[in-house]
Design a protein around this ligand. Structure first.
Ligand code: ADP
Length: 184
């Protein structure tokens, strides 16, 4: 079965998925935004585990248990603080890829991402959505049976619309490329 990419508008802590992705900082400390919501819904044990791990560089991710969340794991993905550099693009893509690799290693069939870096870290949503969705599409091409479901849980309507539209644009491009190849 081909994996599905789904979009929901709402609180990521309420999504039923094997792994929930946290928009973490490199110190892996509890903060505001997604971090705060995960702490509130999942409890302090998640961040005690983070303290033991000690930190994670931008562009990567680490796994912990999920406390009282329904998920099996929380993957703490460290996105870049936005500066408009090429490195930001690479780090935003690679933290998504690292989470998908962790899903594979941990045997997770479903994984939910928030809009990493688009809150306190200031990444423009229009750009972040294309990078995030593109990295998921790319990973799924390379790992067709890697997971069953990738869910993007977006808090507000503009972010939800941007991510969904990045997905639709990507699908159209793939379709056009298929037609072009068939024609040529
Ligand atoms: P970052 O520091 O990586 O920018 P934030 O947590 O500040 O991370 O925000 C990332 C995105 O997650 C923002 O679009 C924010 O609106 C959104 N967000 C905040 N709380 C939640 C939540 N409970 N569920 C899903 N998305 C959330």
């Amino acid at each position: 079965m081909a994996a599905s990419i789904e979009f929901i508008q709402g609180d990521i802590t309420q999504v039923a998925a094997d792994a929930i992705v946290n928009a973490a900082n490199s110190e892996l400390e509890a903060g505001s935004g997604v971090c705060g919501a995960i702490l509130k819904a999942g409890g302090a044990s998640i961040f005690e585990e983070c303290r033991r791990i000690g930190g994670c560089p931008p562009g990567s991710a680490v796994a912990t248990g999920a406390g009282t969340l329904k998920a099996k794991f929380v993957f703490h993905a460290v996105g870049p603080v936005y500066h408009g550099r090429e490195k930001d693009v690479e780090q935003l893509a690679s933290c998504h890829l690292k989470c998908l690799d962790l899903a594979l290693v941990k045997g997770c069939r479903s994984i939910a991402f928030p809009a990493i870096s688009t809150g306190v870290y200031g990444y423009p949503v229009a750009e972040a959505s294309v990078i995030a969705v593109g990295s998921v599409h790319g990973w799924l091409l390379n790992h067709p049976d890697g997971v069953d479901r990738v869910i993007f849980a977006l808090f507000d309507a503009p972010t939800f619309n941007a991510y969904r539209s990045a997905h639709e644009t990507r699908l159209k491009m793939v379709e056009q490329e298929k037609k072009r190849r068939a024609g040529g």
